[in-house]
Design a binder for this molecule. Structure first.
Ligand SMILES: C[S@@+](CC[C@H](N)C(=O)[O-])C[C@H]1O[C@@H](n2cnc3c(N)ncnc32)[C@H](O)[C@@H]1O
Length: 227
C-alpha cells in the first residue's frame, strides 16, 4: 500500500482529464481506426511476449480503449485504474456493460497504486510514461509497478532512433526558440530508458514497435528481477 515515507509525485498534465476532455479523448480515438488497430496489435503482441498473463491491471485505463482486448481471455482477472475520475466514468459508460462488469475499478495515481504488493501478474500501462519527463520520476513509477506486479510490466512510451522522433526534435527546437512551452510529452533515448528499467529492478524481456524506424511508440515487456 502507499508508503507514508515516499514523497508524492504529481505531474501537471494529470489535471487535464476533466469531464469534457475525457469525452473528447474517447471521440478522438474512436475516429482514429487504423492507428487504434495498430496500437491494439502492438499491445497484443506485447502481452503474448509477457506470457498472456492471467491477471492484468490496466493503468492508466483512460476510457477503456483496451478493455475488449484484455477481456477476450475469459478466465483473466481484470483491474483498471486511472488518476481521473472523469476518465473512469466515461469508460464505464461507453464500453460494453458485460466487459465493464469484469473489471474492478480504482481511482489512484500510478505513483501510489492503492493495491497491496504482488497484486497482479501484469501491470499494463499504455500512453503514460511518455508524459514523465524526469528520469527520477520514471524510476519511481517503475518501482511502484514492480511493487504491485508479481511478474511482468507491459508499457508504452516514445523512444528515439526513428523518423518521427527526428521530426519532433526539430519541432521542439523551433518551439523553444519561439518561447513556447513544452506540451508535456517526452522522447526518451531507448538505451537510457532500458537502464532506468534495470535500475528499478527489471530485466527486459523484449519490445514491440508500433511501426519500426518510423513511429516513436514502443511497447516494452519487463520482468521483475529477484522473485
Ligand atoms: C493518454 S491517456 C491514456 C489512457 C489509455 N491507456 C489509452 O491508451 O487510451 C493518459 C491517462 O493517464 C491518466 N493519468 C494522468 N496522470 C496519471 C497518474 N499520475 N496516474 C495514473 N493515471 C494518470 C489520465 O487521466 C489519462 O486517462
Amino acid at each position: 500500500m502507499s508508503d507514508p515515507q515516499k514523497p508524492s509525485i504529481h505531474l501537471s498534465f494529470s489535471d487535464k482529464y476533466t469531464d469534457d476532455h475525457s469525452q473528447q479523448y474517447f471521440q478522438k480515438h474512436h475516429r482514429k481506426k487504423l492507428s487504434d488497430r495498430l496500437e491494439h496489435r502492438m499491445a497484443e503482441r506485447a502481452l503474448a511476449l509477457a506470457g498472456n498473463p492471467a491477471s492484468v491491471l490496466d493503468l492508466p485505463c483512460g476510457t477503456g480503449r483496451f478493455w475488449d482486448m484484455l477481456a477476450r481471455e475469459p478466465q483473466r482477472e481484470l483491474l483498471a485504474a486511472d488518476y481521473s475520475e472523469a476518465m473512469l466514468e466515461v469508460a464505464a459508460r461507453v464500453r460494453d456493460p458485460a466487459v465493464v462488469r469484469r473489471f474492478r475499478l480504482l481511482q489512484c495515481s500510478a505513483f501510489e497504486i492503492t493495491l497491496p504488493d504482488h497484486s497482479v501478474d501484469c501491470v499494463f500501462s499504455i500512453r503514460l510514461m511518455h508524459h514523465v519527463g524526469e528520469s527520477s520520476n520514471r524510476i519511481a513509477m517503475l518501482k511502484e509497478f514492480r511493487r504491485v506486479t508479481r511478474d511482468t510490466v507491459v508499457l508504452s512510451l516514445w523512444v528515439d532512433g526513428n523518423y518521427k522522433a527526428w521530426r519532433r526534435r526539430k519541432l521542439e527546437e523551433k518551439r523553444r526558440q519561439g518561447g513556447e512551452k513544452s506540451d508535456n510529452r517526452f522522447i526518451v533515448p531507448s538505451a537510457q530508458f532500458e537502464q532506468e528499467c534495470r535500475d528499478a529492478g527489471f530485466t527486459i524481456v523484449g519490445h514491440v514497435d508500433f511501426l519500426p524506424h518510423l513511429f516513436m511508440w514502443r511497447t516494452y515487456v519487463l520482468r521483475k528481477m529477484g522473485i
